[in-house]
Design a protein around this ligand. Structure first.
Ligand SMILES: Cc1cc2nc3c(=O)[nH]c(=O)nc-3n(C[C@H](O)[C@H](O)[C@H](O)COP(=O)(O)OP(=O)(O)OC[C@H]3O[C@@H](n4cnc5c(N)ncnc54)[C@H](O)[C@@H]3O)c2cc1C
Ligand code: FES
Length: 508
């Protein structure tokens, strides 16, 4: 298949051939022990653990469960989160860096044990994880990271060769005994267990507000409410981001995946490059064949103009480096970065005792999201967890937060100004089939996309979150906001927040 023949709105491999339970939307006011907003790995893991302990949980999901970032991941289950431990030792100290490693490694172990206990058939396989480099410049970073591994007692170190010999490298840093799985085959049984334990799940049910109090009340888009003792917000981007100033403390980054058929036996291992643009490789079984999942090309959402080029770059990598060309799937997704790279897991704000959130996994949410589920379920049932302080969203570290805070918000300010004075507009008639472009209609700034039938879909291009101008994403055919990463369909509907309100449709 050539790139031009790829499906326009591809489904990720994970969702193919899988039986999904489906759930009704919420149609009446209800009461429960704990309300969980969001049906991704964090929400489902928290719900699973709470329901095992007899807590009555209700999960509400804006769309369909497991179809957010969790349904579009690469699903390496590892504590090797890129080159991070040397940086964490420098910024947080050795003790906290070690805690981070332990939280991630316990999450990996939790997944392994859960797979065994529930006999889940989810292609769970143990592999060593490698960060490899072919550049002298990155080598010194890898050496420092290897020293960090030694200090923290992480099993692994620098090696001169890797099982997948086709990847060009001068050195690699291995972390032994990591894993990979099929994320949805793993999470569907957990979902079934929640229902078996008396929990409830509602799909097509969007939380729009939380009334705080002794018994917080979640208000949904159709006006129905859920009253509970605690609320956990696992909506990926916190759906109420002004409380806690999350919009100023986080940004979203997209990455791309191509799944390519390979006839050769896979030698084992999971790989990620030290240099950027990132090149990540793992395998997954597809019938009698192997698929190689090649991912990377990350960029801030709304900043990767001509996003098809990112898929093409991965396809070229597959062809030239690994000798694979038979592309079966492609998809992309985004994840959230906090300013100090540590997830936010804990109380929503320092003043909210019974409202929690979990976010900011920096593309390592299989372990971080699992850790979040464990931590939040412990906070609710036991009142404490050894990692709670480390991940507390109320923490503040002068370095590097302040520098990144300034950089992030300066970029948002730049995007806002650029959107007001630096835009190029086409005449609507000039927008060709399959193209999205900025146009002006009656003086209003708009985004226009012309579909295969020649029909123009026009929306007001000013993001309903905080007023930046959305950019066209030609790979996914969506309007993406460069400020905080909201995404909209060609007709303006919200695909991903923080925006809650659709872009206004403009008649043309
Ligand atoms: C390309 C890519 C590759 C990755 N690869 C890896 C990897 O190899 N290993 C790894 O560990 N991690 C990886 N990650 C990261 C990982 O996939 C994510 O961190 C994780 O899936 C996030 O899970 P979540 O539960 O927080 O969010 P999601 O899975 O996005 O779930 C949140 C849910 O909340 C719902 N929601 C949102 N707003 C509302 C609302 N108002 N009301 C109700 N519901 C709402 C959404 O519809 C969504 O279903 C990758 C990420 C990307 C983008
Ligand atoms: S997402 Fe914040 S302005 Fe668009």
């Amino acid at each position: 298949m050539t790139i031009n023949q790829w499906p326009q709105f591809p489904e990720p491999y994970w969702r193919e051939h899988l039986q999904f339970p489906s759930f009704q939307s919420l149609e009446e006011d209800i009461t429960t022990d704990v309300t969980i907003i969001g049906g991704g790995i964090s929400g489902i893991t928290a719900g699973y653990l709470l329901s095992l302990q007899g807590v009555n949980v209700t999960i509400i999901e804006a769309g369909n469960i497991l179809n957010g970032t969790t349904g579009h991941t690469t699903a390496k289950v590892t504590a090797q989160h890129g080159i991070i431990y040397d940086e964490f030792i420098n910024h947080f100290g050795e003790e906290k860096a070690k805690l981070y490693y332990q939280a991630s490694d316990s999450a990996r172990e939790f997944i392994k044990q859960t797979v065994q206990e529930l006999t889940i058939n989810c292609d769970f396989e143990e592999h060593d994880a490698y960060i490899y480099t072919n550049s002298e410049k990155e080598l010194s970073k890898l050496e420092k990271e290897a020293t960090a591994y030694e200090k923290l007692g992480i099993l692994g170190g620098l090696v001169d060769s890797m099982p997948l010999t086709k990847l060009p490298m001068i050195k690699a840093l291995v972390m032994r005994g990591q894993a990979q799985f099929h994320p949805l085959k793993y999470l569907v049984p957990l979902t079934e267990s929640i229902i078996k334990n008396g929990g409830q799940i509602f799909e097509q049910t969007t939380a729009v507000d939380i009334e705080e109090g002794t018994n917080p009340k979640v208000i949904t888009r159709n006006g129905k409410t859920i009253t509970s003792n605690q609320v956990i917000c696992c909506s990926h981007y916190p759906f109420k981001d002004t409380a806690g100033f999350y919009f100023a403390r986080m940004y979203q980054e997209r990455s791309y995946i191509v799944a390519v058929k390979s006839d050769e036996p896979y030698p084992g291992g999971m790989y990620i490059s030290a240099e950027t643009p990132t090149r990540s490789v793992r395998t997954t079984p597809m019938g009698n064949d192997n698929l190689l999942l090649l991912s990377g090309e990350g960029h801030k959402t709304g900043h990767g103009i001509n996003t098809m080029e990112h898929y093409e770059a991965l396809a070229t990598f597959g062809k030239e480096v690994l000798g694979v060309t038979d592309i079966q799937y492609r998809w992309s997704a985004q994840d959230i970065y906090t300013l100090d790279k540590m997830p936010y897991i804990g109380h929503y704000t320092s003043g909210s005792d019974n409202i929690y959130l979990a976010t900011g996994y920096r593309k390592w949410g299989m372990t971080n999201g699992t850790a979040a589920g464990i931590i939040l379920s412990d906070l609710i049932t036991k009142g404490s967890n050894p990692y709670a302080e480390l991940f507390s969203p109320s923490r503040f570290h002068a370095d590097p937060d302040i520098k990144r805070f300034v950089e992030h918000n300066a970029d948002v300010a730049y995007q806002l100004v650029k959107g007001k004075i630096g835009m190029n507009f086409k005449h609507p008639e000039e927008v060709s089939v399959g193209e999205g472009a900025h146009v002006k209609i009656n003086g209003e700034k708009c985004g226009a996309y012309r579909d295969e039938n020649g029909q123009l879909h026009v929306v007001n291009s000013t993001c309903t979150h905080m007023g930046c101008e959305v950019e066209w994403n030609d790979g996914e055919r969506t309007w993406d906001c460069p400020c905080h990463g909201s995404r909209f369909t060609i007709n303006g509907d919200v695909i991903e927040g923080p925006a809650e309100i659709p872009l206004k449709k403009v008649d043309f």
